[in-house]
Design a protein around this ligand. Structure first.
Ligand SMILES: NC(=O)c1ccc[n+]([C@@H]2O[C@H](COP(=O)([O-])OP(=O)(O)OC[C@H]3O[C@@H](n4cnc5c(N)ncnc54)[C@H](OP(=O)(O)O)[C@@H]3O)[C@@H](O)[C@H]2O)c1
Length: 329
């Protein structure tokens, strides 16, 4: 089968530019026993990819090697098979990379229940959902009646965190970068949504959280982080999931003064999902249950064609994505 793939051939110089990729064509490899060929139909674009392009070998996951296909997760169908457990047409998810076809075995692709739309898998059952679940329930450990603030709230992770927190009986405040995103957050049940670009952010947050903030799910860093940190209640918990505001800069932003960590006895914990691989299946099932019961909603931002990933990934850093960013192949 003829495969088109996009390889990473240079490290980014701050921003992701088209010249760091090369488009290559090749014949797919012969399948050995147990292997099967996946035709990828939907590919996820994630903020973490910016970090995977860096040569940093001390991070939670190795960098993408230069010359290798760009790493990504995706959904597809088995198109050829040497594995009786994965017959033709099986719906699968896995780390397929920026390419049309991926040679897989049972360790690199998981069968998905037939009938679930690929967009629902990538938006809810895969990384965004399990990340939201891990950060909310295993790091923050929310209690009914508390107030939670969420940055990057209109994004794929943040929007799920807010909806699950609401189900748990919390007051939910989201930060997003446009009035349209804030309006959408209100439609999915957020109590308050604040545009973090507002000049009077501190006052807006005080009005939205008159009793202070008990929990903070951090996806972005920046202005929201400072405003929230200074309004945290005693024994507050902060889950540090992402800092997208700092991914495309060589000058890390200044964090808040740590004295409040002592005064308010705040617990702050970073987490990354590769550490929790053994629990992915359980967490995906929990996310699937919310979805089946109609308790959570998601929205997607779909762009067309493999090569659209090259420019499209930057939507994540400009805020141009309205929902889970997905490439439809
Ligand atoms: N720890 C883990 O294992 C793990 C796993 C998955 C994701 N994450 C992290 O979770 C965060 C959200 O990921 P996602 O997949 O759900 O992406 P997403 O929120 O769907 O998309 C990224 C959003 O980030 C916002 N953003 C971009 N630059 C910003 C800036 N300078 N300041 C504030 N907001 C900015 C934009 O929304 P606005 O229009 O609202 O600005 C953009 O739409 C990321 O930081 C990601 O790295 C971590």
């Amino acid at each position: 089968m003829k495969n088109t793939r996009i390889n990473l051939v240079k490290r980014p110089n701050i921003k992701i530019t088209a010249d760091i990729f090369e488009i290559a064509a090749e014949e797919t490899a012969e399948l050995s026993d147990g292997q099967f060929l996946v035709k990828q139909t939907h590919m996820s674009l994630d903020p973490a990819m910016r970090g995977w392009m860096e040569p940093d070998t001390t991070s939670y996951i190795p960098p993408v090697d230069l010359g290798a296909v760009m790493r990504s997760s995706g959904v597809g169908e088995v198109a050829e098979s040497n594995n009786p457990d994965y017959p033709l047409g099986t719906l699968v998810a896995g780390m397929f990379g920026w390419q049309q076809y991926a040679v897989c075995d049972a360790t690199s692709a998981r069968a998905m229940p037939a009938g679930i739309p690929a967009e629902a898998i990538l938006s809810v059952l895969a990384l965004p959902g399990i990340t939201a679940y891990q950060g909310l329930f295993n790091v923050i450990k929310p209690k009914s009646g508390e107030t939670i603030a969420i940055s990057g709230a209109a994004g794929s992770v943040g929007s799920l965190v807010g909806q699950m927190a609401k189900i748990e009986g919390l007051r939910v405040i989201g930060f997003a970068g446009s009035d349209e995103k804030c309006a959408w957050l209100k439609t999915i049940g957020f109590d308050e949504a604040i545009n973090y670009k507002s000049e009077n952010l501190v006052e807006l947050l005080q009005a939205a959280a008159p009793d202070g903030i008990d929990c903070y799910f951090e996806n972005t860093g920046g202005a929201a982080q400072h405003a929230v940190f200074n309004q945290m209640n005693a024994f507050g918990r902060i889950a540090v999931c992402g800092m997208i505001g700092d991914y495309n800069t060589d000058t890390p932003s200044a964090g808040p003064n740590w004295v409040n960590i002592i005064k308010k006895r705040i617990k702050i914990q970073g987490f990354t999902m590769p550490d929790h691989q053994a629990d992915w299946g359980n967490m995906a099932q929990k996310m699937g249950a919310y979805l089946m019961k109609g308790q959570i909603q998601y929205r997607t931002h779909v762009i067309d064609g493999l090569e659209s990933a090259i420019e499209g990934i930057n939507l994540l850093f400009s805020g141009g994505n309205n929902g889970k960013l997905i490439v439809k192949l």
